[in-house]
Design a protein around this ligand. Structure first.
Ligand code: BGC
Length: 721
């Protein structure tokens, strides 16, 4: 269908039909749907009647080719102009083959596999009838109390941006119109949802525009530069105005400055939430503010349905504003080919073959292994299959390792830690006893665990958080493991055996009581469908750990937010001439996090040497070449993430002590040395100045390379005019 058809369709539409396109309803509201499908949020008092359902433009949370085809057929039979529905769902880290949570994928630093995971998620969802995924979520986050850090890819704008791009490429492919196995992507939550005060979900966000542009906006922009079709608003206020009614953010910045002309959707119920936020007296004012700000689709509340017509009649908004929004939605439907092929990729037969196929499972296993981060290893790992193993802890055989946002992932399809270990250990060498549940335990269970571990050579402890302890509205003020698990560690430790802790959780934890007690600690995050296999591959050395933290682990929660790319202060603690007391420090804990951004161990060791710059000066017109030799000095082949950081020593505006500007993930055989080369160009030295101009300052810069943000070697160069 050509553009003029869309325009003529718009002309034929009544105002009610137009408004219907701007409404998104959850599956159970739609005729032809079997019950179920809704995922979150309040679904009452929507003011939606039978008539308005016929005009609805899109559906949230439907899945399954047959179900979706059914809903679409029923809808097309009832919709006067035959405008197909758009089916949108949260396909966040997999459809039914669940990959590790995004924070874990961030720790893989592997853009090819990140892209592959999104491609597989898209393939499975597309044959199941889905058109749009509410992903990638690219909210930069520095506060592990916030439950949704597991959905983010951490604290760094550059790494976040690279992964945002990889996800968009994976979901959409090169041509989402032609490739029926892909989905349109929707980047979220615009903007700065990851910075709620106190790490409490939906809470206030207040920050300078420079900070916003510097740290928080780049990943959304990167997703859009990669061609992401849609944007979702965030729940939070941003500098006093809720994002969902924030005209400067949505019209001026997103649409005018960035040129985004795709569909902007509100988050679940966020239009109506303008009322409790305190910027709208009632639903009518909420509708007015949201549509004026440029929100095209209202998700799951009825402010647009009930009030847009009245607002137009009163002249409070122009019908053109509504037309504009409708046009964008129709254009997306057209781009996805729905007017010609309303079922698009939906195919029940193909669905059977594709979903959870062996190839997808094997990609999930590979990415889960690459996303796990080895945090400690006192010569315990890798294990030898001849050792007697005791598997203890609440996650010993628990399948709750898919993580939040895996609504279609089934625990019965999940490889647990026990299943994974059984692939390596003979049954007569394995004893299993959970010892406690995630949040509580009895003395009897503890004793059973201690007893089970008595004969073992090594104890593997499966520990962590239940998936409901993170994710949306899953915030915690105390980010240690629950007491029962900390006690369990102490008890099994007293047996004097080697203890390996494997962590299944959604946030950087305060690891006191774990890192100090266990001989080895593997952060497996929520590793997904193939989690148990991937962890076993790592524990037994079939795969050498290569994950690196995408978010710092705080020393204690009192340090939060603690992140590597902070400012120096006027009284840095580590200055050569620092006083003992009057410096920026805590009296009771270190300034540094427990584990820094970029950190992760391996079964081999790497040595960095010969950091060389091609020149000690550069201009805006040329570039600087940086190289470093990296040698595998151990006995196992491994993958190392070589990280390049830059610091602008004296800017017009204070600059972070370090900023990740590039990285390479390389493979090294034992004894092998590779020379790793990077190019620095002037655009990498730019930042937002006092007037928000994005330029660089001539002067001195430090370039540092190393295996993580703390362990780096530095050289200096000067940018000249
Ligand atoms: C979440 C979004 C999600 C939406 C639809 C909201 O509660 O914040 O991330 O896409 O629900 O399920």
């Amino acid at each position: 269908m050509a553009d003029n058809h869309i325009a003529s369709l718009l002309e034929q539409m009544t105002l009610n039909e137009k408004i219907g396109q701007l409404v998104q309803l959850a599956t159970p509201f739609l005729k032809g749907a079997s019950d179920g499908g809704q995922i979150t949020g309040p679904m009452k008092n929507m003011g939606i009647d039978e008539e308005s359902i016929k005009d609805t433009g899109s559906v949230l949370g439907a899945s399954g080719a047959e179900e979706i085809m059914n809903i679409q057929n029923t809808h097309l039979a009832e919709n006067r102009l035959g405008i197909p529905l758009l089916f949108m769902s949260d396909i966040i880290h997999g459809y039914k083959t669940i990959f590790p949570v995004p924070l874990a994928i961030g720790c893989s630093w592997d853009m090819e596999l990140a892209e592959k995971s999104a491609e597989i998620a898209a393939n499975e969802a597309a044959v199941s009838g889905v058109h749009v995924t509410f992903s990638p979520m690219v909210d930069l986050s520095r506060d592990p109390r916030w439950g949704r850090v597991m959905e983010s890819t951490g604290e760094d704008p550059y790494l976040n941006s690279e992964i945002a791009r990889a996800y968009v490429r994976g979901f959409q492919g090169e041509d989402v119109t032609r490739d029926l196995g892909r989905l349109a992507a929707c980047v979220k939550h615009f903007a700065a949802y990851g910075a709620p005060e106190g790490g409490r979900d939906y809470n206030t966000v207040d920050m300078s525009e420079r900070q916003l542009r510097e740290m928080y906006l780049p990943a959304y922009k990167a997703a859009l530069d990669e061609g992401c079709e849609m944007v979702m608003t965030s729940f939070n206020i941003l500098n006093g105005v809720p994002a969902t009614g924030n005209k400067p953010l949505m019209r001026d910045l997103l649409r005018d400055e960035w040129g985004f002309d795709g569909v902007l959707i509100s988050d679940w119920g966020a239009v109506k939430e303008l009322i409790p936020h305190g910027v709208a007296e009632d639903e009518k004012e909420a509708a007015q503010k949201a549509i004026t700000a440029g929100v095209d689709i209202e998700m799951m509340t009825g402010c647009y349905t009930s009030h847009l017509q009245g607002l137009i009649e009163e002249g409070a908004i122009d019908e053109e504003t509504v037309d504009e929004a409708v046009l964008r939605i129709l254009q997306l439907k057209q781009k996805l080919g729905l007017f010609d092929n309303p079922h698009r990729g939906a195919d029940p037969a193909l669905e059977e073959q594709v979903v959870l196929c062996a190839e997808h499972r094997s990609a999930a296993r590979e990415l889960a292994a690459k996303s796990s981060v080895l945090l400690k290893n006192d010569r315990v790992l890798p294990l030898n299959p001849n050792q007697k193993v005791s598997l203890i802890g609440p996650f010993a055989r628990d399948a709750d390792i898919l993580g939040p946002w895996s609504w279609l992932g089934a625990e019965e399809d999940t490889v647990t830690l026990e299943d994974g270990l059984r692939q390596y250990v003979n049954p007569d060498r394995l004893t299993i006893a959970p010892g406690c549940s995630v949040e509580s335990g009895t003395e009897e269970d503890m004793q059973a665990a201690v007893h089970a571990a008595e004969e073992a050579d090594v104890i593997i402890l499966g520990l962590g958080e239940r998936s409901y302890m993170s994710g949306e509205a899953g915030c915690r003020a105390d980010i240690r493991l629950p007491d029962a698990q900390l006690k369990l560690i102490e008890r099994v430790k007293s047996l004097g055996k080697s203890v390996v802790a494997v962590l299944f959780n959604g946030r950087p934890l305060d690891l006191h009581g774990v890192l100090d007690e266990a001989d080895a600690v593997l952060e497996a995050w929520y590793p997904g469908t193939e989690g148990g296999s991937a962890v076993a591959d790592l524990l037994f050395g079939a795969v050498n750990p290569s994950g690196r933290l995408a978010m710092s682990f705080p020393y204690t929660v009192g340090q939060v937010p603690v992140y590597y790319n902070h400012f120096n202060t006027g009284r840095p603690k580590d200055a050569p001439d620092a006083q003992e007391r009057f410096v920026s420090q805590y009296l009771d804990i270190p300034n540094e996090p427990m584990l820094p951004f970029g950190f992760g161990l391996s079964y081999t060791t790497y040595e960095y040497s010969n950091l060389t710059l091609s020149s000690d000066t550069m201009t805006a017109w040329d570039s600087l070449h940086v190289s470093v030799n990296v040698t595998n000095t151990g006995e196992a082949a491994g993958e190392e993430v070589v990280q390049l950081y830059i610091r602008d020593v004296a800017g017009e505006i204070v600059r972070p002590v370090n900023e990740l500007k590039d990285f390479q993930k390389i493979v090294l055989e034992p004894g092998e040395t590779k020379t790793i080369a990077f190019t620095i160009t002037e655009d990498q030295l730019r930042y937002h100045h006092a007037n928000l101009d994005y330029t660089s300052d001539p002067g001195r810069f430090q370039v540092s390379i190393g295996p993580n943000s703390q362990n780096i070697t530095t050289r200096t160069f000067t940018l000249t005019d």
